[in-house]
Write a protein that binds this ligand. Sequence first.
Ligand code: PAF
Length: 282
Amino acid sequence: MKIITSIEEMKKWSRLTRSRGKTIGFVATMGCLHEGHLSLIKTSIAKCDTTAVSIFVNPTQFSPNEDFDSYPKCIESDKQILQTTGTDILFNPNQKDLYPEKFQTFVTVEDKTNYLCGTSRPRFFRGVTTIVLKLINITDPHIAYFGEKDWQQLEVIRTMVHDLNMDVSIVGKPIVRDKDGLAMSSRNCNLSKSEKNSARVLSQALESAQALVIQGERSVENIRTEIRKTIEQKQGTKIDYISVCDPESFTEQTEINSKVLVALAVRIGSTRLIDNRIIGKI
Ligand code: PAF
């Protein structure tokens, strides 16, 4: 695996790879790699001739009161993990190269970012779309893979790619969970043992919602009440949002008449976790 830190070198590699007729798969990450990332990377390796993975903790997607400083960083173990996967390129750029002094251009997707994480994290999506656009411009992939755990992020990225006529396919991959249902996330590294135990309540709450719908419940209010009850049974949890919404527009629903996205953001101690599930008639 080749490690590239320079933007120019990364662009050169992409140009050369494309000129040789080879396809490029790309996985953008903020590091502290887990099975969720690995499922994206393995798919890219299986489907594309070459795979580039980026590791960059993007400061513009964090508000000043958020966890940029405490976001887990494990670059040495990440390199070792990537070596074992067959990844061709690790792109590990510097902050000053990606955001030089006087940087002043941001990309914003409008409507879809006014809900869920966009409400509780006002800078988040602007930062994500800006860095993803930059990384795609630099790595120039044929296909970029993103996880469905960040469902809204994936939809926002799809919208940006469509609206800006970008020449890349965006592929989403299902959430990877541990044996107890906890969705894989780099932020899980910041949970204590007892917090990790409490964090399982997110997937349990989603399962309880699914079970209600299977039993015939159609009222979103009743489903939300059940989710709230399940989460609040665990000490140390603080609900940020419980949303039962349209999976593409994110508008809240009142009745389950079609497929809906049930999305949660919950604080476990000081760590904010998200999870989601598609439920309802398909
Ligand atoms: O999902 C993430 O890890 C980040 O939001 C991303 C897409 C790498 C952009 O920084």
